[in-house]
Design a protein around this ligand. Structure first.
Ligand code: SAM
Length: 272
C-alpha cells in the first residue's frame, strides 16, 4: 500500500468529493430517522496542509486554497465546514461534524498508520467506529445497517488498475444487500477509455437508479494526470440531478485554468 492521502488532501478531487458528500448528507438528513454512514476507504481523517507531503505536491493550492476567499454561494456550506474544522478535514471528519445524536458512522481504513490516527481521533466517540479492515469486505459484512437508511462513501486509491473492477463488484454486492442505500463512489478521470468498461459493467449489473457527476479540468487524454474526477451515485436523493450541476460549475469556475476540454456533466446512466 503506497498511496497516502496526505499528498493529495485538498486537491480538486477532494473538493468535488467533499462538497457533494456534504450535499448528500444534508439531503438524507431532511428526514428525522437515524442515518448510518459507511466510509469504506476513510483515510487519516484530517491533514496538515503545511506538512511535507502536502507541500511537496502542492495540490491543495490549486484546490481548497482557491475556494477559501469569497466562496461561491453553492459551495458556502462546504467551505464553512472546512474553515470550522481546523486541520483540513477528510471525509470522516466532515461526516462526523454533521451526525445528529442518533446517527452513526463506521470508517474502514487498511493502512495501519492512518487507521491508528483515525482511531485516536474518534476514541471514546460512541457514534463512530473505526475498523482497521478491508473496505471491500466491509461492504458485504456491514450491510444492511439496522437503521435501514444509509450512505456508503466508497473512495479507493486507484493505485491498481483493477480497482475499477473491484468498485463495480463492491457496488453490486452492496446494492444486493441494501437496495435502498445511497452509494457514492468517487473515481478518477485520466482517460475516457478506462471508464467505458466500468460504466458498461454497471449498466449490465442490474443496479437501478445511477447518476454520475463529473468535473473535468481538461480533455482527459494524458493518462499520467488526474484530468478530472467523478462521483457515481446510486439512489441519488431528491434533487441531486438538479442541484449538482451548479456546484460542479462553481468548482470548475474556481479550480479550472480554462484549459481545452474542461467540462462538467451530470448524467443518468441507469434509470430508476
Ligand atoms: C483516497 S484515500 C481516502 C480519502 C478519504 N475518503 C477522504 O475523502 O478524506 C483512500 C484510502 O483508502 C485506503 N485503502 C486502500 N485500500 C483499502 C482497502 N482495501 N480497504 C480500506 N482502505 C483502503 C488508503 O490507505 C487510503 O487512506
Amino acid at each position: 500500500m503506497n498511496y497516502r492521502h496526505a499528498f493529495h488532501a485538498g486537491g480538486f478531487g477532494d473538493c468535488m468529493k467533499h462538497a457533494l458528500l456534504l450535499w448528500l448528507l444534508r439531503a438524507l438528513q431532511r428526514k428525522p430517522a437515524p442515518l448510518f454512514v459507511l466510509d469504506t476507504h476513510a483515510g487519516a481523517g484530517s491533514y496538515d496542509l503545511a506538512s511535507e507531503p502536502a507541500t511537496r505536491t502542492g495540490e491543495w493550492r490549486a484546490g481548497i486554497a482557491r475556494l477559501l476567499d469569497e466562496p461561491p454561494v453553492v459551495l458556502a456550506d462546504y467551505v464553512a465546514q472546512v474553515r470550522s474544522l481546523g486541520l483540513y478535514p477528510g471525509s470522516p471528519v466532515i461526516t462526523r461534524a454533521l451526525l445528529r445524536p442518533d446517527d452513526r458512522m463506521v470508517c474502514c481504513e487498511l493502512h495501519p498508520d492512518d487507521a491508528a490516527e483515525l482511531r485516536r481521533r474518534f476514541a471514546g466517540d460512541r457514534q463512530v467506529a473505526v475498523h482497521h479492515r478491508d473496505g471491500w469486505e466491509a461492504v458485504g459484512a456491514l450491510l444492511p445497517p439496522k437503521e435501514r437508511r444509509g450512505l456508503m462513501l466508497i473512495d479507493p486509491p486507484y493505485e491498481d488498475p483493477q480497482e475499477f473492477a473491484a468498485l463495480a463488484r463492491g457496488l453490486a454486492t452492496g446494492w444486493q444487500r441494501f437496495r435502498t442505500g445511497v452509494f457514492a463512489a468517487w473515481y478518477p478521470i485520466k482517460q475516457r477509455a478506462q471508464l467505458r468498461q466500468f460504466l458498461a459493467d454497471l449498466q449490465q449489473s442490474g443496479i437501478r437508479d445511477i447518476v454520475t457527476a463529473e468535473l473535468c479540468l481538461r480533455e482527459p487524454v494524458d493518462p499520467t494526470r488526474l484530468n478530472g474526477c467523478g462521483l457515481l451515485v446510486v439512489n441519488p436523493p431528491y434533487r441531486f440531478e438538479q442541484e449538482a450541476p451548479a456546484m460542479l460549475a462553481a468548482l470548475l469556475d474556481r479550480l479550472g485554468d480554462r484549459e481545452p476540454g474542461e467540462a462538467i456533466s451530470v448524467r443518468r446512466i441507469v434509470d430508476e
